[in-house]
Write a protein that binds this ligand. Structure first.
Ligand code: IMP
Ligand code: MG
Length: 191
């Protein structure tokens, strides 16, 4: 049995609680476009892609292979303090970068921007470290919940409606990150 048919027949792919919003093929086309755009826009200087763990890992892996120039990668992990279900805007750095970003061109790579609170704070923090530039690549943009903090997305994969989605790195309670497509969770209480 090929790896593909094994995956297609597994329960995660036939889960009735999931509705595919973006297929593997649509995602591949868009990520190649973003990679070409970044390749064209960064002609000189050092480029470092900073993945925000864990959700960005799949997007980062595809995006970096679509960029045709020298680059390095690094990772950060942050937790946002929530006041109930509301993000308070405070973030704690759980894992910081391994290398300094002074004088480098930084692209922060995120899975999804929801309220923008976490990323807004993270960009503020990175902005104090002497980078030559700091830009943001987000695979998904859910603009609707963005009331408290405006975040400029320089490289956006797709704009989606205000649904809870999983796959392509995004999780529900840690699950579904390995799905190669983006799916809407019809009933989040059962995800
Ligand atoms: P915010 O922009 O500070 O509200 O937080 C964004 C983070 O919440 C993302 O990095 C995801 O980890 C998570 N998140 C937001 N919306 C979704 C979703 O639809 N599915 C899975 N995770 C989500
Ligand atoms: Mg995240």
């Amino acid at each position: 049995m090929s790896a593909e048919s094994f995956q297609r027949e597994s329960s995660e792919f036939t889960n009735p609680n999931l509705e595919v919003l973006l297929t593997e093929e649509q995602i591949a086309v868009r990520v190649r476009e973003l990679g070409a755009q970044i390749t064209a826009e960064y002609r000189e200087g050092e480029l470092v892609l900073v993945g925000v763990l864990k959700g960005s890992c799949v997007f980062l892996a595809d995006l970096m292979r679509a960029i045709d120039r020298q680059l390095t990668i690094d990772f950060m992990s942050v937790s946002s303090y929530k006041d109930g279900t509301e993000s308070t805007g405070d973030v704690e750095i759980l894992k910081d970068l391994s290398n300094p970003i002074r004088d480098k061109n930084v692209i922060v790579v995120e899975d999804i921007i929801d309220t923008g609170q976490t990323l807004g704070r993270l960009l503020d923090i990175l902005g104090t470290r002497g980078a030559r530039s700091v830009k943001l690549a987000a695979f998904l943009d859910k603009p609707e919940p963005r009331i408290k903090k405006e975040v400029k997305i320089d490289y956006c994969g797709f704009v989606i409606p205000n649904h809870f989605v999983v796959g392509y790195g995004l999780d529900a309670a840690g699950r579904y990150r390995n799905l190669p497509f983006i799916a809407r969770v019809k009933n989040p209480a059962e995800a």
